[in-house]
Design a protein around this ligand. Sequence first.
Ligand code: BG6
Length: 469
Amino acid sequence: MKFPHDFLFGAASASYQIEGAWNEDGKGLTNWDVFSKIPGKTFEGTNGDVAIDHYHRYKEDIKLMAEMGLESYRFSVSWARILPTGDGEVNEKGLAFYNNVIDECLKYGIVPFVTLYHWDLPLSLEEDGGWTNKRTAEAFVKYAEICFQAFGDRVKHWITFNETVMFCGLGYLKGAHPPGIQNDEKKYFQATHYVFYAHAKAVEVYKKLNQYGEIGITHVFLPAYSVDEKQENIVAARHANEYETFWYYDPILKGQYPSYVVEQLEQKGWTPTWTEEELDTLKRNAGNNDFIGLNYYQPIRVEKNHQTALSVEHSRESSTLSPGNPSFDGFYKTVKMEDKTYTKWGWEISPKGFLDGLHMLKERYGDIKMYVTENGLGDEDPIIEGEIVDVPRIKYIEEHLKVIKLAIKEGIHLKGYYAWSAIDLLSWLNGYKKQYGFIYVDHQNQLSRKKKLSFHWYKNIIETRGEEL
Ligand code: BG6
């Protein structure tokens, strides 16, 4: 079987991880421009000042993507290029840059899939409380509308936010992302609430513009499975799914928060401050989402945590999602299992975990359209006689595409696959060492680009619509 004709084969990136040009053409400062320069926060002090210089090389990069046969390219807009202070004057040069990127994609027939927020927040908003301040949510809605108005004639696929659990969790529980706060559950839940509210309002604005495109949100999908059949571990897995998955999709798709979590937050004093108007906005817009995006890398294997110490000191190393850590509330812990396979960075490789997770989502949310908005292997790619022979990446993507095909056969409504990443880029916490791309970037040689083995492999998959998978 071939993949359906309207299934999009794509690849993804994010502004801070590729663009560079951090202080050019009127761009305002972002939280990451500052945070990445705090000693110890990033791997070997890497930052996105230059990144892979996509800002100046987008034509070359998109040409390569076209050569690979990419049908769609998911990239994010840097809010501070458009609105340098978050909610003040518009920077025309910022609009011009993304107009150029979009037009360049369309020149080759590549469908632009735009993420509005992939973690780089204008600094002035961060300094005013970031996502714990409703001002940021209101500012986001204005920013989103500016983007819809400016690009919506050509962009028909919009993602509001990328992975709320990551930027809020790493920002307010682990301190590994800006604003670098640790163990503040109250702020964490508040921030997530304002993100969902901002999302719902932006969706509403988008629908009123009648641009006839589609809009949704992307979360990292970490389906939780119990390590065994023990009742307490099954309960731990349910707890993890409630907090890591349902908290994130319920307010979007059902228009209300999962009662399991809400009741516990009340007991613990972690309930966000929310108004009737905000809750009503969520409810009113639940039916307006056209799709959800899933960033799937790995499942989590969990067991009940019997240790009582709660407020632990976190570090960059303990925040990179490899198993072996207690959950933020101490209820469960993630476990590395003997019989599973892991990447060099300790992430489990489990296509089956994805398939099972997709069924879990279908059971809870029905027939919602889904895109795999990220999936890929972070690796140190072998270079043999000058060629980048990233065979493990090919294998990883192949195995995941196989289960996606199977999922479609089993009635899961999946409409596209975006490998992470189109090109090697900056990993927030792992620098340039952890590579994901189909295109190699040579940091020893003026950031020159080179096609990897996976580039040719993916090109063939797209050309044959995955028939042999
Ligand atoms: C996702 C993010 O969580 O994971 C990307 O959306 C990120 O921005 C990707 O790069 C891979 O993460 P890491 O830590 O392996 O670079």
